[in-house]
Structure formats: structure tokens, C-alpha cells
Write a protein that binds this ligand. Structure first.
Ligand SMILES: [Fe+2]
Length: 475
């Protein structure tokens, strides 16, 4: 709303009774004029002030706010004694209009702050979800467009090589805006141009204004870059037809919220990817170290990982737990690193002392991994993968659901793979033999639900194809 419109609205809604009463009391037609001399309010109704020439409006008092004139209060009857009263009333109207304008401004600011907080809260909820970056980025785009209801919001991330856009629900797409969003090459050229400018200037967070000469009229835009680790990774932009209202500061702040959150999320994702890769390499090195000590279990960790993951997926574990299960399954025998290789590879019967040493590998494994904070979640799966559902396992004789679910899954996969693999002291057994063992062990050695899932996967042919040292076995 313009200032003149706000003034007219204020006078009509707040001053009508006052002006009418005073006009009746003084028996003089009164009116409030705006700064262009137009009658905003006249009293009494239908008085000839509407048609009176400016020259006839001899009694007038300016209505000002902070030195700015917004109009005047005039009387048609020339009566010098009225002048102080008109001055006082005009001053009062100006003061009240100023206060109302300040209050409206404060209300708008608070409302925009609330919207901004709301938007950031919704962004945070979206970014905390387990989905990938791209769908999340699109949801952020949609949230922003819903808030900036009269604008077209465009998002382009260099890594995706394309642009997504969303029109606010109240926006009537003009031909010029439709031309922009249907013309990928135009959006790419804007992206390239602004990216080049920012790279040359070495600036990461500046807004960029520009315009495009579409065949249907000029389109103006305002872009803010998405910075990922000091590099420009993409942009979010507001686009409008040239004759649409100008971009407002609040809208640009929302756009900056969008790009800041996207930049943070993309940076976090990159760091997480790097950390995951580092962890993966660490885990692979550790697994290689285990298998270097025990020649008969080569590939065992990898197969237990494949099988555990398949079971976990079938049981509907959430993505985060599947990730933990994967690490735990790969590392379940890591404690064997700390056990004498001669004992691990011994063909003759183990002494009681040697047997106890081998049984200590779950606890030793936890001690090996405890210093790595990112792997703490896998420790229960490692410590308890030799527990039995009936409580007769080790190291803690846990029973039933006291045993962490990840450990119950690894236990079934570990036993199955051990049976179908050759050992120093026996050849590999058949797949059916191993499945019978799983079936018979349900409720005793194994969690019945996990065992059942394993058997279902076998029946349906969903066991992963695993390269096993079968030692001539044809199962
Ligand atoms: Fe083990």
C-alpha cells in the first residue's frame, strides 16, 4: 500500500466521527485533503467542499509526520478564531497517523520475522530428514515459493546441471515468465554469467540483480549464490516481469535463507561423504588385516556384511540402522586382530586356554574400535554377535531381545557363512545343510524372526551370490 493510500485509509477509518462532530459543533464544513489536494474525507456529507475551488479553501492546516506533509485539514468558512483549533486538530491527526504507521511497520517487521523463523524451522526439519540432498533441495524451493506467493523462485545447483523452479501459489504466470522457465538455456546462461562474475570477484554471498529481454517483455531477477566451502555451487533466484512490484527486502532475505541453508546442507553432505569414505577405507584396511591373519575366513566379513544387509533390508530397518549394521557386519570379527595367528589357524584341537582366547574376540574388537567416535554405534553389534537367543552364548549371556537386533542379525549371517565355508578342520557344508541349521536353531541359537527372514530369502532366491571357498562343495 502506498503512503497516500495508507493516509486516506487511516483518515476514513479513524477520523470520520471527529471531523463530523467538529463540523456540526462549529457549523462549518470541514474536510481532509491528501497531499495532491483530493478530498479524502468531507463533513457534513455532501457538503460543497467537494466542488469548492482550492482558492475557496481559505482556512487550512497542514497534516505532517516528521516534517513530511501528507495532506491538510481545511474549513470552508473563513473565521480567524478557528485557525488555532484547525492547527491543533491537524497536528493531532498527523501524530496519530505517524503512530499508526510505526505500529504497522513494527507489526510487518514482526510478521516477517515470524515467517523467517518459521521458514528456517521448516528448512531445518527438512534437512534433518534422511533423504538425499536433491529431493530436500526441491522441498526447500517449494517452501520458499509458498511463502513468496507472488514470485517465481528458481533454483540451480551446478552439481545437478539443471534448474528447478516453483511459482508462488498467487502468481499469475505472465508470458515473459513462462518464456524464462521453458527456456533452460536462458537459465543456464544467467547461471554461467553470474557464476563467472562472482568467481572473478572472489565474492561468495552477494546478491546479483539483472534482467532478460524476453520476446514478451523484460524479466528482472535477483539471485543469491549457494556457497559450498567457499565455492559457488549454485544459485537461487527470484524472477518477475518488469511491471510487477519491485522485490522487497523481506523477499530477498527469504532467498538468502534458502541459499544459506542449501549451502550449509551441501557442505555438511560433502564433509559427511568425505568422512564416510575415510571410514570406509579404515574399515577395509581393518577387514584386510583380520583376513590376513586367518586364511580360511578370507571374504567372510564381506559375505556376512552382504547377508546381514539383505536380512536387515527385508526386516524393514531404517536407513541409519542399515548403515550401522553394514559397518558392524564388516567388522564383527575385528577382535581377531589381537589374537595369535597360530591359534586362529590351528588345525589340531584347541586347548581350553586357546578356546577362551578366541572367545574373547568380540570384547577385543570393541576395544579396538572404541577410540573411533564415528564407529561407536557398531560396538553392540560386534560385542554380542556370539550371544545366543536362549542365553547360552557369550560374552554376556544375554537372552532374547536383550541382545541388540543388529547382533541377532549378524549372528545368523555369520553362522550361515561359517557353515557353507571350508574350515581348516572340515570341508564346506551345503547350502541346504546350513539352512537346516538355521531352521533348527531358531529360538535356541537364533532369533526366530531373523532366522525366518533368512529362510524366506533363501526360498525366494534372494540370498546374495557369494563367492565362497567351497573346497569342492557343489551346494
Ligand atoms: Fe565372530
Amino acid at each position: 500500500m502506498t503512503t497516500a493510500a495508507a493516509f486516506a485509509s487511516f483518515v476514513r477509518s479513524s477520523c470520520e466521527g471527529l471531523i463530523r462532530n467538529l463540523a456540526e459543533t462549529l457549523d462549518t464544513p470541514l474536510a481532509v485533503l491528501d497531499h495532491a489536494g483530493e478530498v479524502v474525507l468531507g463533513a457534513p456529507d455532501g457538503c460543497d467542499i467537494e466542488t469548492a475551488r482550492p482558492a475557496d479553501r481559505s482556512m487550512a492546516a497542514p497534516i505532517e509526520v516528521g516534517g513530511d506533509s501528507h495532506g491538510s485539514l481545511v474549513a470552508l468558512r473563513e473565521e480567524p478564531t478557528l485557525a488555532p483549533l484547525l492547527q491543533s486538530l491537524a497536528q493531532d491527526i498527523g501524530t496519530r497517523f505517524g503512530l499508526e504507521r510505526d505500529l504497522n511497520h513494527l507489526t510487518d517487521t514482526l510478521s516477517h520475522s515470524c515467517d523467517e523463523i518459521n521458514l528456517l524451522y521448516r528448512f531445518a526439519r527438512i534437512l534433518r530428514s534422511d533423504e538425499e540432498f536433491e529431493p530436500n533441495a526441491h522441498r526447500l524451493l517449494e517452501e520458499t515459493a509458498d511463502l513468496l506467493e507472488h514470485r517465481l523462485v528458481v533454483l540451480g545447483m551446478a552439481s545437478q546441471g539443471r534448474f528447478a523452479w516453483k511459482a508462488g501459489p498467487e502468481l499469475e504466470m505472465s508470458k515473459s515468465l513462462s518464456w524464462v522457465v521453458s527456456n533452460q538455456a536462458i537459465l543456464e546462461s544467467v547461471h554461467a554469467e553470474v557464476g563467472r562474475e562472482l568467481r572473478e570477484e572472489g565474492v561468495g554471498q552477494q546478491r546479483r540483480a539483472g534482467s532478460l529481454p524476453s520476446p514478451f517483455g523484460v524479466v528482472e531477477y535477483m539471485l543469491t549464490p549457494v556457497s559450498v566451502r567457499s565455492e559457488v555451487a549454485g544459485y537461487a533466484g527470484l524472477f518477475k516481469a518488469a511491471d510487477d512490484p519491485p522485490f522487497e527486502t523481506t523477499e530477498l532475505r527469504f532467498l538468502e535463507c534458502l541459499t544459506a541453508e542449501l549451502g550449509n546442507a551441501a557442505t555438511a553432505r560433502e564433509l559427511q561423504d568425505e568422512l564416510s569414505e575415510l571410514l570406509f577405507n579404515v574399515v577395509q584396511s581393518l577387514v584386510a588385516a583380520i583376513e590376513a591373519k586367518d586364511e580360511y575366513t578370507r571374504g567372510h566379513s564381506q559375505r556376512v556384511y552382504q547377508l546381514s544387509l539383505r536380512i536387515g533390508q527385508r526386516m524393514g530397518l531404517p536407513p541409519q540402522e542399515l548403515q550401522t549394521l553394514s559397518w558392524a557386519a564388516l567388522l564383527h570379527d575385528i577382535g581377531k586382530i589381537a589374537i595369535d595367528g597360530q591359534v586362529l589357524n590351528k588345525i589340531a584341537k584347541l586347548t581350553e586356554e586357546e578356546f577362551q582366547m578366541i572367545k574373547s574376540h568380540p570384547e577385543r574388537g570393541c576395544r579396538v574400535l572404541e577410540p573411533i567416535p564415528q564407529l561407536r554405534g557398531v560396538l553392540p553389534g560386534i560385542r554380542h554377535h556370539h550371544e545366543r537367543f536362549d542365553g547360552k552364548g557369550y560374552p554376556d549371556n544375554l537372552k532374547g531381545e536383550e541382545i541388540p537386533m543388529l547382533a541377532r542379525i549378524i549372528s545368523v549371517a555369520d553362522s550361515y557363512d561359517a557353515i557353507v565355508s571350508a574350515r581348516a578342520y572340515r570341508p564346506a557344508r551345503t547350502k541346504n545343510f546350513a539352512l537346516d541349521e538355521v531352521r533348527q536353531g531358531a529360538g535356541a541359537q537364533f532369533d526366530p524372526q531373523v532366522a525366518q527372514t533368512m529362510l524366506e530369502l533363501a526360498v525366494e532366491g534372494f540370498l546374495p551370490e557369494m563367492e565362497i571357498n567351497r573346497n569342492g562343495d557343489s551346494a
